[in-house]
Design a protein. Structure first.
Length: 265
C-alpha cells in the first residue's frame, strides 16, 4: 500500500473515536441511540426541549426553512447552557393559515403548514412520549408566531394531566415574545429600521445562523406582494447574533425558573 494511502487510513482510524464521542455527547436525540438517551436520563438530563419551527415563505431572498434553522441552532445552545436537557427533533410544521385556501402565506407556492387542531394533537403525542421516556420537565417552544396560543394551551392541559406522575410541562413564551420586544427596542436604540416579516429581523437571523440560505442579490425594499412586509436591506449577521443571544438568555432564564418551581428550588 502506498505511503499516502496508509497515512490516510491511519488518519481515518484516529478520527473515528472523536466522531463517536461527538455523537454520544450531542444534545440532539436524533443523533443518539436509545442506550445513550437512557444513560443521559440516568445521569440527570431529565429536561426535554420540544421546539417547533415552521416552513412559510419569506420573500424572494430567504429560504423556506428559516424557522427550522433558527430552532435547531437555538435549541442546541439552550440545551447546552441548561446542562440537563436533550432536544427532540425540531417539528418543521406549524400553523400558517388555512392550507386549503390560496391566501396569506399559502398564496406563495411552497409554504407548508398544519391546522391548530393538528398542531395540538402532534404536540400532545410528543409530550406524552417524552413523559413515557422518563423526562420530568418538558418544555414547549415555538420559533414561529403562528401556534403560540396552541403551545400555551397544550402545555397547560398536559401539565395538569401529568403532574401526578411527577412530570411537568411548561411553555417557554419568553423566547418568542420577550426576546422580540427586547430586540425591537435594540433596533430602535440603534436607529435600525425595517421590522416586519422577511425584513431586517428575519434576514439578520439567517445571515448569522445559515447565511447560504440568503439570496443576497434578491434583497430589496419592502414589497408585500412578494411576501416581504419589512425591509431586509438593513439586515446584518451582527444583528442576527444579538437577536439569537437575546433569545438564548431569556429562554434559559425562564426555563430554569420553571424547572426550579417544579423541584422546589
Amino acid at each position: 500500500m502506498p505511503k499516502t494511502a496508509s497515512l490516510a487510513a491511519l488518519l481515518v482510524l484516529l478520527m473515528l473515536p472523536r466522531v463517536v464521542h461527538a455523537q454520544a455527547t450531542s444534545v440532539f436525540i436524533e443523533d443518539l441511540t436509545w442506550v445513550e438517551v437512557d444513560a443521559a436520563l440516568k445521569a440527570g438530563k431529565t429536561t426535554a426541549l420540544i421546539y417547533t419551527g415552521g416552513a412559510e415563505q419569506n420573500g424572494p431572498h430567504l429560504a423556506f426553512g428559516k424557522h427550522n434553522a433558527v430552532a435547531r441552532y437555538l435549541s442546541e445552545r439552550i440545551a447546552k447552557e441548561l446542562g440537563n436537557a436533550l432536544v427532540y427533533p425540531v417539528l418543521p410544521y406549524t400553523p400558517a393559515g388555512d392550507p386549503s385556501k390560496k391566501e396569506g402565506q399559502f398564496a406563495f407556492p411552497g409554504t407548508s403548514g398544519i391546522t391548530d387542531d393538528t398542531y395540538g394533537m402532534v404536540l400532545r403525542d410528543l409530550v406524552l412520549g417524552a413523559a413515557t421516556a422518563g423526562f420530568k420537565d418538558i418544555i414547549l417552544i415555538g420559533d414561529h408566531g403562528g401556534g403560540q396560543d396552541v403551545l400555551k394551551q397544550t402545555a397547560a392541559t398536559l401539565d395538569a394531566r401529568l403532574k401526578a406522575s411527577g412530570a411537568r410541562v411548561f411553555y417557554c413564551d419568553d423566547l418568542y415574545f420577550k426576546s422580540r420586544d427586547e430586540f425591537s427596542q435594540y433596533l430602535k436604540d440603534h436607529k435600525v429600521t425595517g421590522e416586519g416579516h422577511a425584513g431586517v429581523e428575519d434576514t439578520s437571523a439567517i445571515l448569522y445562523v445559515k447565511p447560504e440560505w440568503v439570496r443576497k442579490d434578491k434583497i430589496a425594499a419592502k414589497d408585500p406582494a412578494k411576501g416581504v412586509e419589512g425591509d431586509p436591506r438593513n439586515g446584518r449577521a451582527e444583528l442576527g447574533k444579538v437577536q439569537q443571544d437575546l433569545k438564548v438568555k431569556v429562554a434559559v432564564a425562564q426555563i430554569r425558573a420553571q424547572v426550579a418551581s417544579h423541584h422546589g428550588k
